[in-house]
Design a protein around this ligand. Structure first.
Ligand code: SF4
Length: 273
């Protein structure tokens, strides 16, 4: 892949998914709140996820009240959360017009998220006997913080690898997107690594093609790409915004030919007659 191709691909990713990359955009800084926002935003628009989060915070006294709320009730609060489907792949890797972005109401996505939030809250409560993740903060004075942190990170990594990495970066831990199997998988498909998918090859590819973007930005964009279209088993290349710049997408998606204007088509028809 040429440097130009890589740059185009990163521009498309930024256009579609580059909206959750600063500490400010992750809200009030409470680790548990951030994880919940990340869960809500994964595969959806950050603006909608933030609104849902604010609604939940207004509706419930605290996360413990939400923990004991029936899932069907939680799902109702997530009803405005859409699964943002990217525009159909363009033949050139240019940012698509956001007005053309598809939107599919996805009740199953909302149901998944409601289940994930309930599971997250139960796990935190059952394993740590409270609903606080303050031990994840940088310089936490909580006794046993490193052990709890490792334990919770492992749980998150098993469930939501991208979220674990993002949370670690926000809470002071070191983050290396190259160790994420999700990032390894996606960048191998787009062709930044050939054959190898390990951390070493991935790190080298990110350095070579990542345009110096911060790890968090790369992590979030690739995680969103994976959540929207580049699924582990069944990538939806036909709906992928970076198909034109992706090694797999170029093989599986035929470029859409631009339609000639109506006047030109009529003239061509007359000439044929
Ligand atoms: S074109 Fe297909 S394989 Fe490539 S990034 Fe998109 S979904 Fe993944």
């Amino acid at each position: 892949m040429t440097a130009r191709d890589s740059r185009s691909l990163l521009e498309v990713l930024e256009h579609h998914y580059g909206d959750l990359e600063s500490r400010e955009s992750l809200g009030d800084g409470v680790p548990l709140t951030r994880v919940i926002l990340l869960l809500l935003a994964r595969g959806s628009k950050v603006r909608q996820a933030t609104q849902v989060l604010e609604r939940l915070q207004a509706e419930y006294v605290d996360w413990n009240e939400l923990r004991v709320t029936p899932t069907y009730e939680l799902r109702k609060h997530l009803r405005t959360l859409e699964h943002a489907a990217p525009a159909v792949a363009s033949s050139k890797a240019e940012p698509a017009d956001s007005s053309k972005e598809g939107r599919i109401a996805a009740p199953e996505v909302r149901a998944d998220k409601a289940d994930q939030i309930r599971e997250l809250l139960s796990t935190v409560f059952n394993r740590f006997n409270k609903l606080s993740l303050d031990f994840m903060r940088e310089g936490s004075s909580e006794p046993d913080a490193p052990r709890k942190r490792a334990k919770f990170s492992q749980w998150l990594e098993d469930h939501q690898p991208a979220i674990e990495l993002m949370l670690a970066s926000y809470c002071g831990g070191k983050m290396d997107p190259a160790t994420s199997s999700l990032v390894q998988r996606v960048i191998q498909r787009i062709g930044w690594t050939r054959g190898k998918t390990g951390a070493v090859a991935t790190r080298a590819a990110l350095l070579a093609h990542g345009e110096g973007l911060p790890p968090l930005a790369l992590q979030w964009r690739f995680a969103q790409l994976a959540a929207h279209v580049c699924h582990a088993r069944t990538p939806e290349c036909g709906a992928c915004p970076v198909a034109a710049s992706c090694a797999v997408g170029r093989k599986t998606v035929k470029p859409v030919k631009a339609k000639a204007p109506a006047a030109v088509r009529k003239t061509a028809a007359r000439v044929r007659k």
